[in-house]
Design a protein around this ligand. Structure first.
Ligand code: ADP
Length: 296
């Protein structure tokens, strides 16, 4: 099954064009949708998840026309929204069982088996009788995955799932995502480059509603390999370098700026070549010729 998005456009009533002629073909496996806050990721995710309308364009999921056959999509969709609210005074086992009923799993013993398996899979078995209000951020997100997996979805959408998780919780969550079936399309929307680098075989970079790159992370890195140069400078030199070089990122190391420049050859003999990584690709597409992080 493939998800094919063609010429998708969306402008909100306040005039913000959140999606501009988006074209993407998404295959089974982990797909990363990478972009900064406000890029249009949630707008795209919500449209695919049948929660909002597009102005124009089409989305095809296998034989299903996503924009018109919403019920058909919902039967095979698992969705973890950006803000996943839980009922704080219900325990995980009870809520998951209830959600399974709503998803149409009426047979009690079938449901029991499924709910227990999902709690084990998401490593929440020990916490199954705890109220969800007492769950950590990571536990809530894992519960979110458990509910998204009810009814064996063919399309799973997770919107910014690792934002706000501490490193250990984030790892646990990403490992869980990577275990999800191979016969499934999993779309991971995130502003965190590492999430995509670690998990996704295919990706797109989006900004201001537009798709700026699509392909594999490896090909994306290969595109800039050999063109990424670094140099440690002093703060007063920063302005001069910003004017003269194509800086794709700036960061402080022990209080001193290090600039990363994208250039076909060595900018000058004071620069050292460095292995390209996905972050360089991301900054190149998002920021182009301008500076990245403010070095105050
Ligand atoms: P992301 O998920 O990448 O952060 P969003 O899709 O949430 O991006 O937002 C894309 C743009 O659309 C932003 O400028 C945002 O402010 C705007 N936007 C999102 N939702 C709405 C809405 N319901 N009404 C008006 N503007 C919106």
């Amino acid at each position: 099954m493939q998800l094919i998005i063609q010429n998708l456009n969306k402008t909100y009533s306040n005039g913000v064009q959140a999606l501009k002629d988006v074209n993407l073909t998404i295959n089974q496996g982990m797909f990363g949708l990478l972009g900064p806050n406000g890029a249009g990721k949630s707008s795209l995710m919500r449209t695919i998840a049948t929660l909002q309308e597009a102005d124009s364009g089409s989305i095809q999921l296998g034989d299903i026309d996503v924009l018109t056959e919403k019920d058909e999509v919902r039967k095979i969709l698992g969705y973890l929204p950006q803000e996943f609210g839980v009922y704080p005074k219900i325990d995980a086992l009870t809520l998951l069982d209830h959600l399974a009923v709503l998803k149409g799993i009426r047979n009690k013993s079938e449901r029991k088996g499924l709910v227990e398996a999902l709690l084990h899979k998401t490593n929440l078995w020990q916490a199954r009788t705890k109220n969800l209000g007492g769950f950590s951020g990571g536990m809530k997100q894992r519960f979110g995955i458990a509910q998204a997996l009810i009814a064996n979805p063919k399309l799973i959408i997770v919107d910014e799932p690792t934002a706000g998780l501490d490193p250990a919780e984030r790892n646990r969550f990403l490992n869980l995502l990577s275990e999800i079936g191979e016969n499934t399309i999993v779309i991971l929307s995130t502003h965190i480059v590492e999430d995509v680098k670690e998990l996704c075989t295919d990706m797109a970079i989006i900004n201001k509603g537009q798709v700026l790159y699509k392909g594999s992370p490896m090909d994306a890195i290969a595109d800039v390999e050999g063109k990424v140069w670094k140099k440690r400078i002093t703060k007063p030199e920063l302005e001069k370098y910003r004017k003269s070089f194509n800086i794709i990122s700036e960061r402080l190391i022990a209080g001193r700026p290090e600039i990363t420049v994208l250039n076909e050859g060595q900018p000058d003999s004071s620069f050292d070549r460095t292995d390209a990584d996905l972050e360089d690709v991301y900054f190149t597409h998002i920021f182009g010729n301008s500076k990245k992080e403010e070095v105050a």
